[in-house]
Design a protein around this ligand. Structure first.
Ligand SMILES: *[C@@H]1O[C@H](CO)[C@@H](O)[C@H](O)[C@H]1NC(C)=O
Length: 264
C-alpha cells in the first residue's frame, strides 16, 4: 500500500466513522433524504413565498439564477443532493454535498449550484443589501451625491448569490444541510455554503447561511445571508419508501424533469 493509497484509506475510514454518528436528514413526510432524488425546497414558514426555482432575466442569460417563487402556492422546481466523497444513498447533516437543479438546462454549464458575486439593485428596507455601514456611508455621501450625480454604483450591492453552472467538489459549490430548531416540534433545516469542506483546502472554517435576499424589484435571490432561512424538503414524487430502488427513480427523474423556467 503506497502513501496515497493509505491516506485515502484513512480518509474514507474517518468519513465512515463520521457518517455513522452524524444526523440523518428527513423530508417533510418523515422519510430519509436520499441521494439523487428530486425534492422541492420549501420555506418552513407559511406566507414567506414559495419554493426555490431557477430563473433567467432574459432569453439568453446564463447561468440560471436560483430564486424563490414569489407565491406560496408554487413549489418551484425539484433539486437533487449528492454527497461529496462518500458514495452514500442518504444525505447526512453537516456533510458536504452538491445541490443540483433537476431541470433541462438551457445553458451550456451544469445545473450544480455555485455561489458567485452578483450586483443586485438595492432594496432600501433590506438590511442585508443595505447594511448599517452602507447606510452611514450613504448619509455622509448624500450631500456629495447631490453635487456629483454620476455615482452609478450607489444603487447596487454585491451579493454572493447562488446560480447554476458549478462544478462538483469545488469550494463555491460546496453546501451542507444542518438541522435548525427554529420551531419546536417542526423539523426544518438550514442550507449552508461551506467552501472549506470541498476541493483544494482553503483558509478559514466558515460556513455561510444560504437564504433569500430581495432586490429593489422584489425578486428573491438565493444568496449568502446573515439571516436564517429554515426549509423543508418535499419529494416531487410524493411519499415513497426508502427501500425503493434508486435506479428506478433516476429513470423516472429524467421524465419528470419538465422544464419550468419562468422567463421574465
Ligand atoms: C441573475 O440576476 C442578476 C442580477 O439581477 C442578473 O444580472 C442576471 O442577468 C441574472 N441571470 C439570469 C440568467 O437571469
Amino acid at each position: 500500500m503506497n502513501i496515497t493509497c493509505s491516506f485515502t484509506f484513512i480518509l474514507i475510514f474517518t468519513l465512515t466513522l463520521l457518517s455513522a454518528t452524524s444526523a440523518v436528514i428527513y423530508d417533510s413526510s418523515g422519510n430519509k433524504l436520499l441521494t439523487g432524488i428530486p425534492y422541492y425546497i420549501l420555506p418552513l414558514l407559511r406566507g414567506t413565498g414559495g419554493g426555490l426555482t431557477v430563473t433567467r432575466a432574459t432569453k439568453d442569460a446564463c447561468p440560471l439564477n436560483v430564486t424563490q417563487e414569489p407565491f406560496e402556492v408554487n413549489n418551484g422546481v425539484p433539486f437533487t443532493f449528492t454527497p461529496i466523497v462518500l458514495d452514500e444513498q442518504i444525505i447526512r447533516g453537516a456533510y458536504p454535498i452538491s445541490i443540483e437543479a433537476n431541470v433541462i438546462n438551457p445553458c451550456s454549464g451544469s445545473n450544480i449550484w455555485k455561489v458567485t458575486s452578483t450586483a443586485l439593485k438595492k432594496h432600501e428596507e433590506n438590511a442585508l443589501l443595505t447594511s448599517k455601514k452602507d447606510k452611514d456611508k450613504n448619509k455622509n455621501k448624500k450631500k456629495k451625491d447631490d453635487d456629483d450625480d454620476d455615482d452609478k454604483n450607489k444603487d447596487v450591492a454585491n451579493v454572493e448569490t447562488v446560480t447554476t453552472g458549478g462544478e462538483f467538489n469545488k469550494p463555491e459549490s460546496c453546501f451542507q444541510i444542518v438541522e435548525d430548531n427554529l420551531m419546536p416540534g417542526l423539523q426544518s433545516y438550514q442550507i449552508q455554503n461551506c467552501p472549506f469542506k470541498c476541493g483544494p483546502s482553503s483558509s478559514g472554517y466558515t460556513c455561510y447561511n444560504i437564504g433569500v435576499v430581495t432586490d429593489a424589484d422584489g425578486n428573491g435571490y438565493l444568496a449568502r445571508t446573515d439571516a436564517v432561512f429554515p426549509v423543508v424538503f418535499t419529494s416531487s414524487y410524493g411519499a415513497f419508501s426508502t427501500s425503493a430502488k434508486v435506479s428506478t427513480f433516476s429513470q423516472l427523474s429524467a421524465k419528470v424533469s419538465a422544464l419550468s423556467l419562468s422567463v421574465k
